[in-house]
Ligand binder design. Structure first.
Ligand code: AMP
Ligand code: MG
Length: 266
């Protein structure tokens, strides 16, 4: 899974990375068993993280429409205790948010001790969608890369572990998924005509993603580019990457100061 980690100081070329990739893995019973094992281990680690109240974990999910941000969140974090896990979704900014700097709404949502926060879109929209639509000039998005790196460095220095995922799909896969949404009335709520406009800007988005990932792939806030045409593989890669990060923490349940033998419950 390490192979999806973007190497430091290398230029990202998305067209060289295959969204169909599924490593050595195949769908089936063995894979289901593996996913189940990972899920149980993640749940165990998350409970420990919550009990210990020491580490903070920030997970950033970025992707084109239909690439599976929502699906990843519901599958990967399924069994976790909702008290310690929060999702923050970032839509087009409100007037109040636009009256502030671009990190204002984001900073309010970062995890506290013992928490995992998942960003469904993030401050990266402020160097992606706004760049593609020419709402800001080149100087501004170039400057924002530095501001993002500094912001994330500060969070890391304050004890936050940051993992950033780009879910990589092909335009053909997106076409199929949009068509599925149209064909199934139960999925109409997910369909947005605006997605078709964004789809036309695919090459511009890929360029913006490549630049942004290259400029903000740091030791303290690494990017992972996840092959996401196959939903089961996308879930496997994201879950195992997060699990591996949680396993590097040396976590313990808080030491008890209770002498249970002296306590009598009447
Ligand atoms: P969705 O995630 O599909 O619900 O869509 C949210 C929409 O909000 C997407 O089209 C994003 O591009 C847009 N969005 C999120 N953050 C920003 C931002 N900072 N500036 C402009 N648009 C944004
Ligand atoms: Mg959408």
């Amino acid at each position: 899974m390490e192979s999806y980690h973007v190497k430091l100081d290398t230029r990202v070329r998305l067209d060289k990375l295959d969204p169909e990739d599924s490593g050595e893995h195949k769908k089936g019973k063995q894979l289901d068993a593996m996913l189940e094992k990972i899920r149980l281990e993640m749940d165990r680690l998350q409970e420990l993280l919550y009990a210990e109240r020491k580490h903070k974990v920030l997970i950033v999910l970025q992707a084109m429409d239909t690439a599976g941000k929502d699906g990843t969140i519901s599958h990967v974090f399924e069994g976790m205790n909702p008290q310690g896990v929060k999702v923050a979704s970032f839509k087009a900014p409100t007037t109040e948010e636009l009256d502030h700097d671009f990190l204002w709404r984001v900073h309010k949502q970062v995890p506290g001790k013992g928490e995992i926060v998942i960003f469904n879109r993030s401050h990266y929209e402020d160097v992606l969608v706004v760049r593609v639509h020419n709402l800001i000039t080149r100087d501004v998005w170039l400057r924002r890369y530095k501001e993002i790196n500094n912001f994330e460095h500060m969070l890391a220095n304050e004890g936050t572990t940051i993992l950033k995922f780009f879910l990589h799909i092909t335009p053909d896969e997106q076409k199929q998924r949009l068509q599925d949404r149209l064909d199934d009335p139960a999925k109409h709520w997910k369909f947005s005509a605006a997605d078709l406009d964004e789809r036309k800007l695919w090459p511009d988005y890929m360029k913006a993603y490549e630049d942004a990932i290259t400029a903000t792939n740091t030791a303290w806030a690494p990017w992972y580019i996840v092959p996401a045409n196959k939903k089961w593989y996308r879930n496997l890669v994201v879950a195992s990457t997060i699990m591996a990060a949680l396993q590097t923490f040396d976590m313990h349940y808080p030491e008890s100061t209770l002498d249970a033998s002296k306590i009598v419950i009447e």
